[in-house]
Ligand binder design. Structure first.
Ligand SMILES: [Zn+2]
Length: 391
């Protein structure tokens, strides 16, 4: 399979796995359905020409509809980050009173509402998982909500900015997608194009396997992302890491057709490093997996209980990669919509933090270490004295 970002055939497989649930963010009400969830395969590959990392075995079978539950805004940490980002983009890209399209606005369109609070004018949110009844402000004069995927059928983009957060990593044909966005914008070269997505550099270096799962078919480094933007007709003006270096933020404008697309930025010079880190990923993954298997095993061997904190994709990736079942008693999640349901593929029950009082776990493993202070505060408030460690 050729590289979905630059179309080169010069690629190699760095990690293979089977038995990955094709969705890990879906809410499953029934444990039998959770346990019989469809499986997909992973053939994690790196392009030696552009540094793009992708699942060469991805078949597009992930499903995005109203049962998809991705929101992270129940976390104060994530919410504060998003609020600041919305304000920063409105200020620096002069979007006060201007129109914004968000591709992949999530089920509740929270970020677009933050953009409006920060001063944006008319906004359009498009997402197949959009739940109109979940949206706080359906005000038709300012907000337009479209519960469908963004594709060629959308037509021309009549907005002053295009925002796309944590969506591109779920799209397989990324070259085609960015080409479509560029075509939709047309002749205007003053439309701000603002994307946020996970950084594969950290995933490879730390063997952050909790971020490698079937829904994520596309994994970008700063360089491979900027190269894709240029190749598909954008002029990249900003590229940086955020959120404890977990995310990449790229800012661009449409380039004039046939124009030189501007100088490369410092962060882009990562092709050799990406290839080296890709080739080391399997060994690092083996080491990290062995560590967690031993840590959880130690607790269960003395009759103790482990729980994980996080009931989303990272939890499913953690459990399926390590092949964990009874070693983990439950997955805690602060999102009330997830509580009482089951994780796709593994069937672990998602519980509210307060259930830990009766469960009395010995070890809580946070699926994202950035939330450890927030989780510690929750555990202290509940009087749960478990050890807390983060991935
Ligand atoms: Zn490539």
């Amino acid at each position: 399979m050729s590289c979905p970002a630059c179309l080169s055939a010069n690629t190699e497989i760095i990690h293979e796995a089977t038995g990955l649930p094709t969705n890990s963010c879906l809410l499953v009400d029934d444990i039998d359905i959770a346990l019989s969830y469809p499986w997909g395969e992973m053939a994690l590959s790196v392009c030696l020409d552009c540094g793009f990392v992708y699942n060469g075995a991805w078949d597009g079978s992930s499903q995005y509809d109203s049962s998809y539950e991705e929101t992270q805004t129940h976390s104060a940490t994530f919410r504060a980050f998003a609020t600041d980002l919305a304000q920063d983009w409105v200020d620096r890209f002069d979007l006060a009173g201007k129109s914004v399209l968000e591709i992949g606005c999530g089920s509740a369109g929270e970020f677009l509402q933050m953009m409006v609070d920060a001063g944006a004018g008319r906004v359009t949110g498009i997402d197949p998982a959009l739940k109109i009844d979940r949206i706080d402000r359906p005000d038709a004069s300012q907000f337009e909500w479209l519960a469908r995927p963004y594709d060629a059928g959308y037509g021309s983009i009549e907005h002053d900015a295009v925002v796309c957060r944590h969506t591109l990593e779920h799209i397989g044909p990324v070259h085609e997608f960015m080409t479509e966005v560029r075509r939709g914008i047309g002749n205007r070269t003053d439309v701000a194009v603002l994307f946020e997505l996970p950084d594969v550099a950290r995933v490879l270096q730390d063997a952050a396997f909790e971020d490698v799962y079937f829904e994520h078919c596309s994994y970008f480094s700063a360089g491979s992302l900027a190269r894709l933007f240029r190749r598909t007709g954008f002029r990249v003006t900003g590229l940086r890491r955020a959120y404890d270096d977990q995310y990449l933020l790229i800012e661009a404008y449409p380039a004039e057709l046939g124009a030189v697309t501007g100088p490369t930025l410092d962060l882009e010079a990562d092709l050799d490093a990406t290839i080296i880190d890709s080739r080391r990923y399997q060994q690092r993954l083996d080491d990290v997996s062995a560590h967690w298997a031993a840590r959880l095993g130690e607790v269960t061997a003395r009759g103790g209980k482990n729980v994980i904190w996080g009931g989303g994709s990272k939890a499913v990736a953690f459990l399926t990669t390590l092949g964990l079942a009874g070693e983990v008693s439950a997955a805690v999640d602060i999102n009330p919509v997830k509580q009482g349901r089951y994780l796709a593929g593994t069937g672990h029950r998602v519980i509210a933090p307060k259930e830990l009082v009766d469960l009395e776990p010995d070890l809580v493993v946070a699926m994202n270490s950035i939330y450890v202070p927030e989780i510690r505060a929750d555990l202290d408030r509940l009087g749960v004295g478990a050890e807390l460690e983060g991935l």
